[in-house]
Design a binder for this molecule. Structure first.
Ligand SMILES: Nc1ncnc2c1ncn2[C@@H]1O[C@H](COP(=O)(O)OP(=O)(O)O)[C@@H](O)[C@H]1O
Ligand SMILES: [Mg+2]
Length: 433
């Protein structure tokens, strides 16, 4: 539904006055670049893995020998993307040499039984094969017959294979790797296994003997710079030029940095773009990114904010107000805004040491993040809001504070008036980095 960006179709029914599809997309150029099975041409920082795969698959390319590989790494480290990119590239390369191969991709989370995997394999050759009524042995035989007829080398990617192997009863790995060794030899069948955890322990001896540990290709989590590059390149592919601010790219990279997870980064980019589409800024802002993140993870529960003591609530409100469209602000400007907030709520402002220890308390519960920066002007502490749109957070805090501190109309009026009176001050304090 999100991908319903219709090219400038302006449909006004003059009879009824009904307007539809009025607004065409001004930010997202090609939504298909966000699809989960889209694989970018260039994979950031995965040259080493691509090269290892090349080495592992050289026997297939040079001598028609079956090859195996096991890709391991945590979620969003590009395992699936790399497996598919590598296979697509290898297929194109071999096509160019006049020796075509076939690739079958199976996600074992969706096909989590031996029969279901076999069904996928058979349907590659025979789309009408019925989905029930045949034993595993029947299906294995049917698959092998297809291989004997087909003659093309085949590469099977079993993604999220740990889900399948956990079931323990499965010897499909052995069956598949053994196919090529038999006398009645079909074309070579290679296997690429993909999982978050090591699967060697889950394999039986027979599979292990064919699937050696030397086939392991490891995927590390991405660092901040790599995530930034991934977001940048995807934005160039999916968005019209100049539709995302550098700060917003930084914020997406920062938000996904804790996990080193490119999936989260790409998903945040997509959601931010969809949110920005509905605004008038004409580009994706930091605030859109915060909202996107809040909408995905809603890590900010109201109860978490409510459970803060009064000082922390006031400090968090000050940070939210001072933040505005910025990714990070100096702690000192949050402290200035804090003084204003305290005045507004008629609470004595805490001294710097206490202020700082409350900020650390807020960081412990992941409501703010701080880091020390050192530049030409010496060291200073910066503060950021990792998850929450500052506007949303400020509004929520104001509601909660008004509820807790003011009762009755006159108090309500007072805080509203004071807040109105301080608008200028708050804006002046908000730094522009
Ligand atoms: N190195 C990379 N360069 C560009 N995009 C990447 C890279 N690694 C991952 N991605 C993108 O991040 C998302 C998640 O990657 P994926 O391969 O599904 O991770 P995994 O399979 O390890 O969980 C996909 O949209 C993918 O295209
Ligand atoms: Mg994957």
């Amino acid at each position: 539904m999100w991908h319903n960006h219709v090219e400038s179709i302006l449909a006004t029914d003059h009879e009824t006055g009904v307007k539809m599809f009025e607004k065409s997309s001004s930010i997202i150029k090609d939504p298909s670049r966000f699809d989960s099975n889209y694989v970018p041409k260039n994979l950031v920082s995965r040259d080493a893995q691509m090269h290892e795969l090349e080495t592992l698959f050289r026997p297939l390319v040079d001598y028609d020998r079956p090859c195996n590989a096991f890709l391991m790494g945590s979620v969003g480290t590009g395992k699936t993307a790399t497996a598919r990119r590598f296979c697509d590239d290898m297929k194109a390369f071999l096509n160019g040499k006049g020796t075509p191969i076939d690739i079958i991709y199976v996600n074992c989370r969706n096909s989590n039984s031996e029969n279901s995997v076999l069904l996928n394999l058979i349907r590659f050759f025979d789309q009408g094969y019925p989905d029930r009524g045949f034993s595993t042995e029947d299906m294995a035989r049917v698959f092998k017959n297809h291989l004997l007829k087909n003659k093309r080398p085949l590469v099977i990617i079993l993604d999220e294979v740990d889900v399948l192997l956990k079931k323990n009863t499965v010897d499909i790995i052995y069956q598949i790797t053994r196919l090529s060794d038999e006398v009645n030899k079909p074309a070579p069948v290679s296997l690429i296994l993909v999982a978050q955890v090591s699967v060697y322990e889950m394999m039986d001896q027979a599979s292990l003997s064919t699937f050696k540990r030397t086939t392991l290709v490891k995927f590390d989590r991405y660092n901040y710079d790599e995530l930034k590059q991934i977001v940048k390149e995807r934005a160039e592919e999916a968005l019209y030029p100049g539709r995302i601010s550098d700060d917003a790219i930084d914020q997406i990279a920062e938000s996904s940095d804790d996990y080193g997870d490119a999936r989260m980064a790409v998903e945040l980019l997509e959601r931010s773009a969809i949110i920005a589409e509905g605004m008038t800024d004409g580009e994706i802002t930091v605030e859109n990114v915060r909202e996107a993140k809040a909408s995905i993870y809603s890590m900010v529960s109201e109860s978490k904010i409510r459970s803060l003591d009064l000082n922390k609530k006031l400090i968090l409100l000050a940070v939210a107000r001072a933040m505005k469209q910025n990714v990070v602000i100096p702690l000192s400007s949050a402290e200035k805004t804090y003084a204003v907030v305290c005045e507004e709520y008629d609470v004595p402002a805490r001294k710097h040491t206490q202020f700082w220890s409350h900020v650390q308390g807020l960081e412990k519960v992941s409501l703010v993040r701080t880091k020390v920066s050192s530049d030409g002007n010496g060291r200073s502490t910066l503060i950021s809001l990792p998850d929450i749109p500052s506007k949303v957070l400020a509004k929520k805090l104001e509601e909660i504070l008004d509820e807790e501190m003011g009762s009755g109309d006159s108090d309500e009026m007072r805080s509203v008036q004071l807040r109105g009176g301080h608008v200028h001050q708050v804006q002046r304090d908000a730094p522009v980095p």
